[in-house]
Design a binder for this molecule. Structure first.
Ligand code: HEM
Ligand code: HEM
Length: 182
């Protein structure tokens, strides 16, 4: 049960597994896309798909249990900002694996989990090093969305961490402590 004082082990475990993996996938994603490090692509895709399962569990948990109540009384604007950021983060964590799979699938590159193929690559028979997109429009939509949402979430995560620090250091309340299980 999530209460004003304590958050359940499920809420805390889901939050920290997703937070750490999501930040790592964002860093790896930006690095590999900008340096064309092809060897990292399979790792990024595999962990992204596995994390998607955990993300779905978290969304299910939120639908079942609702959002944890704030630890104290805050101004309306602060409560609204926290709510909006939490929604952006929750929906964003869904959107990233979905757009990643859309792009990789439709571009003809394919994807899977550590060698287990989910969507096969569409290799050009005349030039096996190249791929042929299954659908160019959906591939471009997936690629653009994955990039734009990814960079938007970097801003949302920075604001979210700043909010957690503000609660801990300035308000000196239990917001961060209860997420740490203290
Ligand atoms: C929580 C999951 C994920 C996060 C946080 C994430 C994050 C990112 C970020 C920030 C980038 C860099 C964007 C750019 O500069 O173009 C990226 C690139 C990429 N991601 Fe993901 N990703 C996730 C899941 C996935 C999944 C599941 C797939 C495919 C199955 C995928 C496929 C790709 C590909 C192919 C690129 C390279 C795009 C390019 O070369 O333009 N990602 N990812
Ligand atoms: C070092 C990084 C992070 C810290 C210190 C942190 C801290 C916190 C804290 C203290 C709360 C509780 C807020 C409350 O009680 O109102 C919270 C909730 C939340 N955080 Fe984070 N967080 C981090 C990273 C992330 C990341 C990367 C994401 C998603 C991409 C995320 C998504 C959420 C969501 C959706 C909630 C709402 C409660 C829930 O569904 O678990 N957080 N975070």
């Amino acid at each position: 049960m999530d209460t004003n004082d304590k958050l359940s082990l499920t809420t805390r475990s889901l939050h920290w597994i997703i937070a750490i993996c999501f930040i790592a996938l964002t860093a790896v994603g930006i690095y590999m896309a900008n340096t064309e490090s092809w060897s990292l692509y399979q790792l990024h895709k595999s962990i992204g798909i596995i994390l998607f399962v955990v993300i779905l569990l978290r969304v299910g948990w939120r639908i079942k249990k609702g959002w944890p109540a704030p630890v104290g009384q805050y101004q309306k604007i602060e409560q609204l900002m926290a709510k909006v950021t939490h929604w952006i983060l929750l929906l964003g964590t869904m959107a990233m694996p979905i757009t990643g799979m859309l792009y990789s699938g439709m571009s003809g590159h394919g994807f899977g989990i550590f060698g287990w193929t989910i969507v096969d690559g569409n290799h050009d028979p005349k030039n096996p090093g190249e791929v042929i997109p299954y659908n160019e429009l959906l591939s471009a939509v997936g690629e653009q969305a994955h990039e734009i949402i990814g960079y938007t979430l970097v801003v949302a995560i920075v604001l979210h961490i700043a909010g957690a620090c503000k609660h801990h250091l300035l308000d000196k309340d239990r917001t961060l402590l209860r997420m740490l299980g203290k």
